[in-house]
Design a protein around this ligand. Structure first.
Ligand code: SF4
Length: 439
């Protein structure tokens, strides 16, 4: 039996001590490869997760020729190529540049933008925030100063449904039907109401404000939460910056904290125009060449020629007819993708673990295999060590490898003794996922 879940909602976490950093962040990129135990790793930023069919094919072609032959989706809707030869950087950069996936060499790690994956595809979305994301990407790449942003600094554009607003971005813009766009930063309660037509420009000005504040503080901050003055002072500084730029920004307080939403459920998503979108997820975020080929063919021949990668390690294909959506969904299911919310793999994630990461204490991806019929409940994330790379936001079942087995917890509360018998992993995690949380 698991211990009872914590009895009260977790209070807001206390502010962490402000770190003093004497170096830039080590986040990998398309050009800055990270050396892992399974070869070099490249992280390709995909703003708002949007790929053309041609770009999607380029990525898989690169993975097959230069890497391990698969695409690894990240919790920010980006793509990682793994198992690369250490000397393939120049060739990879050329391939990505030719496909339009490297519009600015200097900004390649700064293009961290997530957006509501279904925005503009179904009602009642307040706005199509993908237009904001495209505009911000152009503004970032044209801004010299923005190249100094750390590879961890994140922008989020939420169309009002509350999905990406809870992903802990540094600068979040939320579309609102009656209040323009809400600019939120670093978890501060204070928000700014800004004109939606200036949403992308406001995001860039906020990023420039962060860079100035970080420089003045001299602490080498990578993210808004690390600024010594805290997020509230940062929001006030952003308001002054917007005012100086001639943009009206009204301050107000958020009634509720930004909570983590969920991604699109797997399945067919009807659109008001009679079309449909397909939503699928990749088990543990890994997509094989065969699955990617099916996705790109579907996008090209049945859909709108576009793939949207989600921060929940899924893919949305817009613009299908309802009949072809159902047919292709069945084919993607047969190919091993997650196509229904009751799939036992839905909501299950894991870091790369052994043998890809030298820090890992276990082969977490092998151990994470879920029990049949256990797909509902909290997300679960298996980590090979306490760093928990790529973990979800909000409430989730935290399974962490230790020297003696796995520790399992929710909201920081350990639920039971360390698990060390593989035969009990699946059932124990399934029980943790479905044990009700207190309101
Ligand atoms: S959580 Fe630990 S084991 Fe997993 S990828 Fe990160 S550093 Fe490696």
């Amino acid at each position: 039996m698991l211990a009872a879940m914590p009895r009260t909602s977790a209070p807001p976490p206390p502010r962490q001590p402000v770190p003093r950093r004497d170096r830039g962040d080590a986040c990998p990129g398309s050009l800055r490869l990270h050396t892992a135990d399974d070869g070099a790793l490249a992280r390709v930023r995909i703003p708002a997760g949007v790929l053309t069919v041609s770009q999607a094919r380029t990525l898989m072609d690169a993975a097959r020729r230069l890497g391990d032959g698969a695409l690894h989706l990240t919790s920010r809707g980006n793509v990682q190529l793994r198992g690369l030869a250490p000397d393939c950087g120049q060739e990879l950069a050329g391939v990505l540049a030719d496909a339009g996936l490297l519009p600015s060499v200097r900004h390649e790690r700064a293009r961290n933008i997530v957006a509501s994956p279904l925005s503009g595809l179904e009602s009642p979305a307040a706005a199509d925030v993908h237009a904001w994301a495209r505009e911000l990407d152009s503004l970032l790449c044209a801004c010299d100063a923005a190249a100094e942003l750390s590879g961890r600094f994140l922008f989020a554009f939420d169309d009002g449904r509350g999905d990406v607003a809870g992903l802990g971005a540094d600068v979040t813009l939320i579309a609102s039907p009656d209040a323009g766009a809400l600019l939120c930063a670093g978890g501060a309660r204070e928000v700014l109401v800004v004109p939606p037509e200036h949403a992308a420009r406001c995001a860039l000005l906020a990023a420039e404000t962060f860079l100035g504040a970080a420089r003045d503080a001299g602490t080498g901050a990578w993210r808004v939460a690390e600024l010594p003055g805290g997020p509230s002072a940062f929001v006030r500084a952003v308001a002054e910056r917007l005012s100086a730029a001639g943009i009206t920004a009204a301050a107000r307080e958020r009634a509720e904290p930004l909570t983590s939403g969920t991604g699109p459920e797997p399945g067919v998503v009807p659109a008001p125009d009679g079309r449909a979108a397909l939503s699928v997820e990749a088990p543990l975020g890994l997509i094989t060449a065969g699955q990617w080929s099916l996705l790109t063919r579907t996008a090209l021949h049945d859909g709108a020629g576009e793939l949207r990668l989600t921060p929940w390690r899924g893919v949305v294909l817009p613009g299908l007819g309802p009949d072809s959506a159902r047919t292709r969904l069945a084919e993607l299911s047969a190919a091993g993708m997650i196509t229904a919310a009751d799939s036992p793999w839905h909501g299950v994630g894991a870091c790369i673990g052994r043998p890809g990461c030298a820090k890992s204490l276990a082969d977490v991806r092998a151990d994470a295999a879920p029990a049949p019929g256990t797909g509902r409940g909290l997300p679960v994330y298996w980590s090979g060590c306490a760093r928990r790379c790529g973990h979800p936001h909000g409430d989730w079942v935290d399974v962490v490898a230790t020297a003696g087995g796995y520790d399992i917890s929710v909201r920081g509360e350990r639920l039971r003794d360390t698990m060390n018998d593989p035969s009990e992993f699946a059932a124990t995690v399934a029980e943790a996922r479905t044990t009700p949380l207190p309101q």
